[in-house]
Design a protein. Structure first.
Length: 285
């Protein structure tokens, strides 16, 4: 899905981190993406070399996610990645938070983390990536967390601003560079037309017909896609339909559990009756 697509973690090759001006690395990044598209045997993630710092970050990330959940009281939904509505750009946040937020975790070495704490804001080197997640996902905010065991964590909430607007403009500029380069090399632009979002009325009706947890999970994901553009009354209708569906599914589980318990009691009673009859018959003989 991400192969051949500009990815938020590489947006520093499209926009300069500190100034917000177009990066001089656009041409090289376009060439890299085209090469990735033509790679006959692309390496899987597990085959790529991992430095000690990368290994540390990977091992520490679950602990950082648990800290965030406990600190904020917010559940984090882990996802493989997110595709922009236009089908051109990709990002891989470390989680989605509710209907409006996303999470980006970093687990640097202690000396680097100390620098982040001293500066107290979003580190410049991550501005393209984090603001890129705002652009790609359309979410209202991204919580950036730097976590290093033994020191206080850093939590910074990032919302769209002037830098986000500059990034959008740079992405459009890069797309022109990329498509021009692709035409010269020969290839097909990697683009997937997104499926149209379901209407609020359709979602509410689907919630009413929902009878399984898997279907409910799919409806919840669909609800997130329309939440941003929904008005107040639509949001109320969606939330009510979701809550009613969840309660109904829970009631089904309770009812099924009660029926199973009742059936077990009947079996035990029948077994007891058979035992009593057998005992009485033995005594009569």
């Amino acid at each position: 899905m991400r192969r051949g697509r500009p990815t938020a973690s590489s947006f520093d090759k499209i926009i300069t981190a500190s100034t917000g001006k177009p990066s001089g690395g656009m041409k090289k990044y376009a060439a890299q993406l085209i090469a990735d598209m033509h790679e006959l045997h692309p390496p899987v993630i597990t085959e790529r070399p991992m430095s000690a710092a990368m290994r540390h970050g990977s091992e520490c990330e679950p602990e950082a996610r648990r800290w965030y959940t406990m600190e904020t009281g917010r559940a984090v939904q882990q996802v493989g990645g997110c595709l922009s509505d236009c089908g051109r750009f990709w990002c891989s946040p470390d989680g989605l938070v509710g209907d409006d937020g996303a999470l980006e975790l970093k687990c640097p070495q202690l000396n680097t983390h100390a620098e982040y704490l001293i500066d107290g804001g979003l580190p410049d080197e991550y501005r393209p990536q984090v603001h890129g997640q705002l652009v790609v996902t359309g979410r209202a905010w991204v919580d950036f967390v730097s976590y290093a065991p033994g020191m206080n964590p850093l939590l910074v909430r990032v919302t769209p601003d002037e830098y986000t607007d500059k990034l959008r403009a740079c992405l459009e500029t890069f797309w022109g560079v990329f498509t021009d380069a692709l035409a010269k090399v020969g290839g097909v632009v990697s683009k997937v037309e997104p499926e149209p979002a379901p209407s609020v009325a359709t979602l509410v009706a689907d919630y009413r017909e929902c009878r399984t947890e898997d279907r409910y999970a799919a409806l919840e994901e669909a609800r997130r896609t329309v939440w941003q553009s929904a008005d107040g009354s639509d949001k109320y209708a969606l939330k009510a339909a979701s809550s009613d569906c969840a309660a109904r599914l829970m009631g089904v589980e309770v009812e099924a559990s009660a029926e199973a318990e009742e059936a077990l009691l009947r079996e035990q009673a029948e077994a007891g009756a058979l035992f009593d009859r057998g005992t009485a018959s033995a005594a009569a003989h």
